[in-house]
Design a protein around this ligand. Structure first.
Ligand SMILES: *Cc1c(COP(=O)(O)O)cnc(C)c1O
Length: 236
C-alpha cells in the first residue's frame, strides 16, 4: 500500500474516532464502547487491507459475493454482512462472517436458524425499516410484537441486537427520531423476549454522531474513511 493512502486513512480514522469519542461522551458513554465497521464496498481489497494494519479489524460489505472475495483476500479481518442476503447464499456466507446485520425477513430468519441448528448458532442482528422508506429493507417496526413471539423458537440463531438505516437528511439531526425508535424497539423486544440484545448497529458517514448519541454500539462507515481513495489505489 502506498504510504500516502495509509497515512490518509490513519488521519481520517483518528479524526473519526475523536468525533465518536465526543458523541459517546454526550450520551454518557466511552468511545471504546462503539465499534467502527469500515464499509469497504467502494474500494479494492488492497485499500481495505490497510485497515487491519491500522488496528481496525471490523470490515463490512453489503454484497455477499464481494464479501467472499474480500474475506479471502483479508482473512485477518472480522467480516460483517450489512446488505441483503438471499437464502441460496447462506451456506457460503455464514462461515465467513462474524455478524450478519441485515436479517430482514421471517423467511431468512427461518433459513438461517435451520443452518445454525446443523452447524452452530448464527450471530445476527434484526434489521428494522424505521425510516419506512419503501426502498429500504427490514421488518416494519409495527411487526416487533409478532416477531418477539417467534424469537425464542430459534436455537440456531444468536440474536445480538438490531440494525437500521436512516434516510439521508440534509441536516443529520433530522435522523434522530429513527435512531431513537430503534433503541425503543430494542427495549420492547428485551422486555418481551428476555434477550439482552446488546448491539444497535446504526449510523453511517453522514449521521453517525447522532446515532452514537442515541445509543449506537456499531457504526457503519464508508465514505468518511474512503472518499476519493479508489482512484489512488487503482493506480497502485
Ligand atoms: C454503504 C453502506 C454504509 C456506509 O455508507 P457511507 O455513507 O458511505 O458511510 C452503511 N451501511 C450500509 C447498509 C451500507 O450499504
Amino acid at each position: 500500500m502506498p504510504r500516502p493512502v495509509r497515512d490518509l486513512l490513519q488521519q481520517r480514522l483518528t479524526e473519526v474516532r475523536g468525533r465518536i469519542e465526543a458523541a459517546a461522551r454526550r450520551s454518557g458513554r466511552a468511545g471504546g464502547e462503539i465499534t467502527i465497521v469500515a464499509v469497504t464496498k467502494s474500494v479494492t481489497a488492497a485499500t481495505a487491507a490497510c485497515l487491519p494494519e491500522l488496528g481496525l479489524f471490523d470490515l463490512g460489505e453489503n454484497r455477499p459475493q464481494e464479501l467472499w472475495k474480500k474475506a479471502a483476500a483479508i482473512p485477518q479481518a472480522r467480516w460483517h454482512l450489512i446488505g441483503h442476503l438471499q437464502r441460496n447464499k447462506i451456506e457460503r456466507t455464514v462461515p465467513r462472517v462474524a455478524l450478519i446485520h441485515s436479517v430482514d425477513s421471517l423467511r431468512l430468519l427461518v433459513a438461517l436458524d435451520e443452518f445454525g441448528r446443523r452447524t452452530q448458532p448464527v450471530p445476527i442482528l434484526l434489521q428494522f425499516n424505521c425510516s419506512r422508506e419503501s426502498s429500504k429493507q427490514g421488518f416494519p417496526p409495527e411487526e416487533a410484537d409478532i416477531l418477539a413471539e417467534q424469537l425464542p423458537h430459534y436455537p440456531g440463531l444468536n440474536i445480538l441486537g438490531l440494525m437500521t438505516m436512516a434516510a439521508w437528511q440534509s441536516n443529520p439531526q433530522d435522523t434522530r427520531p429513527v435512531f431513537a425508535e430503534l433503541r425503543q424497539l430494542r427495549e420492547r423486544l428485551r422486555q418481551r423476549t428476555g434477550l439482552s440484545l446488546p448491539h444497535l448497529s446504526m449510523g453511517m458517514s453522514h449521521d453517525f454522531e447522532v446515532a452514537v448519541e442515541e445509543g449506537a454500539t456499531m457504526v457503519r462507515l464508508g465514505s468518511v474513511l474512503f472518499a476519493g481513495l479508489e482512484a489512488t489505489s487503482a493506480e497502485s
